[in-house]
Design a protein around this ligand. Structure first.
Ligand SMILES: Cc1cc2nc3c(=O)[nH]c(=O)nc-3n(C[C@H](O)[C@H](O)[C@H](O)COP(=O)(O)O)c2cc1C
Length: 181
């Protein structure tokens, strides 16, 4: 075994294999979604997300004060890259054909067929948002597909690959989780 040096610009990848997400939001009847891997728990009822200033979805979050975080699965790999490589600013029809739904009581669109969904209220921290592109949200409600998450636990060891979440690293490469130890 040897301990190798990791260049600083690649160091984030050491921490970056948590499940990759899709963030969606809606304002004035416009709904949009973008891929996001820099999304983390901040507390039991809070999340943080780094959302670049060029993202259309960010404008919808700033306007509406709400966003959702969902966990796409293996069969949605192409969708993940579509939503992450195309901005609605340059592709106005980006969301055409993408199926979304709503949960009762929330006007925040959710992407169908994901493994799980969280709806969050933006915690308005302008300095964090402007200076670090860091958005924080209070989780208002969450749901999961019981085939892959049940009883408070992921079921990666028994679920088929199609239902497993995507763990994006870089260069269009993802991992699927598997073993419970
Ligand atoms: C796998 C993947 C992960 C990404 N993670 C992030 C992220 O954490 N934060 C971010 O600001 N952009 C991230 N992006 C880029 C955005 O998804 C991209 O800027 C997107 O085009 C924004 O869409 P919009 O302008 O329609 O909102 C990621 C892209 C991919 C493909």
């Amino acid at each position: 075994m040897s301990i190798i040096s990791v260049p600083l610009e690649k160091a984030y990848r050491l921490l970056n294999h948590g499940a990759t997400t899709i963030i969606s939001a809606q304002s004035d009847e416009i709904k949009n979604a973008m891929s996001a891997s820099w999304v983390c728990p901040l507390d039991y009822d809070k999340v943080s997300a780094v959302i670049n200033s060029g993202a259309y979805t960010r404008k919808l979050i700033e306007k509406s004060g709400y966003f959702s975080v969902q966990l796409p699965v293996f069969t949605q790999k192409d969708l993940l890259f579509h939503l992450g490589e195309n901005s609605r600013f340059s592709m106005p029809n980006k969301m055409d054909g993408i199926e979304m739904f709503y949960q009762d009581g929330f006007n925040v669109p959710l992407v169908k067929n994901c493994a799980a969904w969280l709806i969050c209220r933006l915690i308005d921290e302008q300095e964090m948002q402007q200076k670090y592109d860091l958005f924080m949200g209070e989780i208002l409600s969450a749901w999961a597909d019981s085939r892959i998450f049940d009883g408070g636990h992921w079921l990666f060891e028994t679920a088929p690959d199609e239902l497993k979440t995507l763990h994006y690293i870089a260069g269009r490469t993802c991992y699927l989780d598997g073993k419970r130890v």
